[in-house]
Design a protein around this ligand. Structure first.
Ligand code: FE2
Length: 279
């Protein structure tokens, strides 16, 4: 069977911004260059060893109608919500939070110095799941399946399937792929991503070449349709990137801040419910 390689369709440069109570982040999806990338609504990267950039954290705030996915590379983040649930996110750990009909939570650093690095991705929910009961999948670092290929490439399978290994997160509407891939200098990474899924790479270390085009510097490379992905590391450094994909939802988006619904009326209802304490 012939294969179609996914080529770069768009490069999204990161935009420096401040979020929460004053956390320095770099936004690609959901920023000024790319409003959304169905089914993905937002992607923020944070990486700093200056505590002033993260110490203020993300005090209590609501979400409704979508999912937030936090993946830590370094540092400790404490989360607590209005149902009384809480826990600590550690390097290599992931939290897939389905906000559904509504949650109010905080995400605060649990350290006063040292490196804090990671990502937050927002994943849309289809209309029939926007008002579902909130739920979490909190995956500890050791529970993320890990692959070491013969060529030294390391893959952490947060969601989806690669080399016959299934990811830690399941039961998600968009059937996501979420891989953390490390490629030694001189090696080539290839994998299969389902046809029709929106797919992109977020490089966070070194530089990738995709069909000859260099991708680095925190940029997101959105990939056109196909079934194969190929990234080359021409060196000299290790290449680290996230490979993320999911099935598009193809529904209207009514969005304001932490509420993402289908219509303006649902958005107004979300505000009303939040301000009357019905989350
Ligand atoms: Fe949040």
């Amino acid at each position: 069977m012939s294969e179609t390689r996914r080529e770069i369709s768009t490069l999204i440069p990161p935009m420096e911004m401040s979020e929460g109570a004053g956390v320095r982040i770099r936004r690609t999806i959901g920023g000024p260059y790319q409003e959304n990338l169905d089914p993905f609504l937002l992607l923020d990267q944070f990486r700093t060893d200056n505590a002033d950039d993260y110490i203020a954290g993300f005090p209590d705030h609501p979400h409704r109608g979508f999912e937030t996915v936090t993946y830590m590379l370094a540092g400790l983040m404490r989360h607590e919500d209005n149902s009384g649930a809480g826990g600590t996110l550690r390097p290599g750990g992931v939290q897939w939070m389905t906000a559904g009909r509504g949650i109010v939570h905080s995400e605060m650093p649990q350290q006063e110095e040292g490196l804090m690095a990671g990502f937050q991705l927002w994943v849309n929910l289809p209309a029939d799941q926007k008002m579902c009961a909130p739920r979490y999948q909190n995956i500890e670092p050791d529970d993320v399946p890990h692959i070491t290929r013969d060529d030294g490439i390391e893959i952490r399978v947060i969601a989806g399937e690669v080399d016959g290994i299934k990811g830690a997160v399941n039961g998600i509407a968009i059937d996501p792929t979420y891989l953390d891939v490390r490629v030694p200098a001189g090696q080539v990474f290839e994998a299969t991503i389902p046809w029709g899924h929106t797919a992109f790479c977020q490089v966070f270390e070194g530089e990738a070449h995709i069909s000859g085009t260099p991708v680095g510097g925190g940029s997101v490379a959105v990939l056109g349709d196909g079934d194969r992905v190929r990234l080359e590391n021409h060196g000299p450094d290790e290449l680290g990137f996230l490979l993320i994909a999911g099935r598009p939802i193809n529904e209207p988006i009514a969005r304001y801040g932490p509420f993402v619904m289908n219509t303006q009326a649902e958005l107004e209802q979300a505000f009303q419910d939040f301000h009357s304490g019905n989350f």
